[in-house]
Design a protein around this ligand. Structure first.
Ligand code: PLP
Length: 370
């Protein structure tokens, strides 16, 4: 029996720190935009190596507020991956702009920079790469393309807290980045939470104002803002867990390496790691033929798996009736991908159980001596 993800187990090592943090907030008598949020913002900015972090209500809002802060809206287009969690697309739609999808590289699942040119129009304002499954996107090629065409690069870093590209952490690789602290993310709260990181002083100030009713001074409203704040309780939870993040990401990396080695001769396609990238393995996603059977047989052995994501965004009912370019790579991926159990608290024995089961179910890799 191997759970896909057990959040009770993930949070158990933090129990004492979380309990102390909860009590501290309770007794402080201050629950919104106080010392905990300010301290977390400083600590997470420092962790990411950026000048500013602004705590917001969730990851979707982080992306929306970046777009609003950059004045991207009606009539504008933003290039996005076709294969991502729907929030990437919804952020673009929420500000009235249009998501323009591109296909991924099949090995990493990350946005293929060679497809950017075909997606470019005079209305394009930004590219929003997602560091999918915890692996940084191909930022060199994306940034070069964006610079050539005067586009903003907005990172969707919701799955990649701590991942590095050329030694630099995500969060500071574009004009701004959106993070999510949804409980299942690598840095997860005990509820919803999110953050924007940026090195742009003016953009940071605009987003700070937007997230709090368009207000910098109480009861003076400069712009039409929203209520999207990271609350004190969640900020305190995140402060309790942040010091352990690098250690937990290292544990994920060890389990990923174990999968890579253990599945080398099995008939599954392993994820590839792009040049200059240090992934944080939010998910470990393989590709298999006959996925329904593989998933069902793993389940029969008590092994939990998931599919991230079974329907590419342009195929979602929410976007029915709109015309999209041909996106064969994402459509092929959506039918082949399978996320295997991984988390900081899975044991090497559990991963061995998954490897042994997959070896039986999928059989040996073709061309491999039996
Ligand atoms: C989780 C996630 C989001 C949204 O985060 P929420 O906090 O759930 O709003 C955005 N983009 C990606 C790629 C995600 O995985």
């Amino acid at each position: 029996m191997v759970d896909f993800l057990n959040l009770r187990r993930v949070n158990a090592p933090h129990e004492a720190a979380l309990e102390a943090a909860q009590l501290r907030v309770l007794r402080s008598g201050w629950y919104i935009l106080g010392e905990e949020t300010a301290a977390f913002e400083a600590e997470f900015a420092s962790y990411c190596g950026v000048r500013h972090c602004i705590g917001v209500a969730n990851g979707l809002d982080a992306l929306v507020l970046i777009l609003r802060g950059l004045d991207i809206g009606a009539g504008d287009e933003v290039i996005v991956p076709a294969n991502t969690f729907i929030a990437t697309w919804l952020a673009v739609c929420q500000v009235g702009a249009r998501p323009v999808p591109v296909d991924p590289r099949p090995g990493t699942g990350n946005l293929d920079p060679d497809q950017l040119q075909a997606a470019l129009t005079p209305r394009t304002r930004a590219v929003m790469p997602v560091h999918l499954y915890g692996q940084p996107a191909e930022m060199d090629a994306i940034s070069a393309f964006a610079a050539r065409h005067k586009l903003h690069v907005i990172e969707d870093a919701a799955q990649a807290h701590g991942a590095r590209h050329r030694g630099t952490r995500v969060g500071g690789l574009g004009v701004a980045a959106g993070f999510s602290f949804y409980p299942g993310k690598n840095l997860g709260a005990l509820g919803d939470g999110g953050a924007v990181t940026t090195n742009d002083d003016e953009l940071a100030q605009r987003i700070r104002t937007l997230r709090n009713y368009g207000s910098r001074a109480k009861y003076r409203h400069e712009v039409i803002g929203v209520n999207s704040r990271l609350d004190e309780l969640q900020a305190a939870m995140l402060r309790a867990k942040l010091p352990a993040l690098d250690g937990e990401n290292a544990a994920r990396a060890r389990l990923a390496a174990q999968y890579m080695k253990g599945l080398a001769d099995v008939a599954v396609e392993l994820p590839t790691i792009a040049a200059h990238c240090e992934p944080v393995w939010h998910l470990f996603v393989v590709q298999v033929d006959d996925r329904a059977r593989v998933q069902q047989e793993l389940s029969a052995r008590g092994i939990g798996t998931m599919i991230h994501y079974p329907i590419a965004c342009h195929r979602q009912p929410a976007f029915a009736g709109q015309t999209w370019p041909a996106l064969p790579a994402s459509e092929r991926l959506q039918d082949r991908i399978l996320s295997l159990p991984i988390s900081p608290v899975h044991t090497p024995q559990e991963i061995d159980t998954v490897i042994a089961a997959l070896a039986q179910i999928a059989g040996p890799r073709r061309g491999t001596p039996a």
